[in-house]
Design a binder for this molecule. Structure first.
Ligand code: ADP
Ligand code: ADP
Ligand code: ZN
Length: 214
């Protein structure tokens, strides 16, 4: 089963993904995490992607589609995958449909987490990420038990360079222009499940659980 998490940057996709995979047999596939790990390793892909990520722009469709296609073929994605941060353009969504058709698989649901802009900005500017496992925290809304230490793996927390106010603004623009059209795309395919994202993490998760249990 393939499930997609859709929503603006800061909607809570990564946060919810951590909870969903504890309850369902899905492998978390985050294109942002894959790219950040390539940047950290300094691979050719990472160096190319970094330029776009730092500016708050999207990495090219060709590169991303290739990454996801390869990732979905790996054994841990056989029982299911939870896509987070992909697709982000209509071109990516169409390619995903083709790739899944070739594999004889299909999308079960697209969970759209709707959050307003003011909330996105305060979420992203206060976000902290685990350097080791990528887990997402917030200084005020979701602090770790020990300051600057990941609850899950003990790794150190850092602030992503693209979570600065200016880059967040740019990412919101990019989202509105390139990713928002996917809401319509998946509505037409009868796959869209909208969730109210302006509520507590636990409340959002309850809504998502209901959708996935259906
Ligand atoms: P995304 O993956 O959609 O970019 P994250 O899951 O990283 O978003 O969440 C962005 C920030 O907002 C993080 O700091 C996270 O701790 C916080 N956050 C996530 N969900 C909520 C929520 N429902 N209420 C308040 N803060 C949240
Ligand atoms: P967030 O959910 O906080 O916006 P992500 O971690 O999903 O951030 O993505 C960080 C950056 O990685 C994006 O701003 C973009 O540059 C790049 N990226 C991630 N996923 C994709 C994608 N599917 N297509 C193009 N670029 C992507
Ligand atoms: Zn961690």
């Amino acid at each position: 089963m393939i499930v997609i998490l859709l929503g603006p940057p800061g909607a809570g996709k990564g946060t919810q993904a951590e909870r969903i995979i504890d309850h369902h047999k899905l492998t978390h596939v985050s294109t942002g995490d894959i790219l950040r790990s390539s940047v950290k390793k300094g691979t050719e892909l990472g160096n190319k992607a970094k330029e776009f990520m730092d500016k708050g722009e999207l990495v090219s469709d060709d590169i991303i589609i290739g990454i996801v296609e390869e990732r979905l073929k790996e054994p841990d994605c056989k029982s299911g995958a939870l896509l987070d941060g992909f697709p982000r353009t209509v071109v990516q969504a169409r390619s995903l449909d083709k790739v899944l058709e070739k594999m004889g698989r299909s999308i079960k649901a697209v969970i759209y987490i709707d959050v307003d802009e003011e909330e996105i900005i305060s979420r992203l500017t206060g976000r902290r990420i685990c350097r080791e496992c990528g887990a997402s925290y917030h200084l005020n809304f979701n602090p770790p038990q020990v300051r600057n230490v990941c609850d899950q793996c003990g790794g150190g927390l850092y602030q992503r360079e693209d979570d600065s106010f200016e880059t967040v603004k740019q990412r919101i623009n990019v989202y509105q222009e390139q990713t928002e059209p996917l809401i319509n795309y998946y509505e037409k395919n009868n796959l869209l499940e909208k969730v109210e994202g302006n509520q507590d993490i636990d409340e959002v998760f309850k809504e998502i659980k209901k959708i996935l249990e259906n």
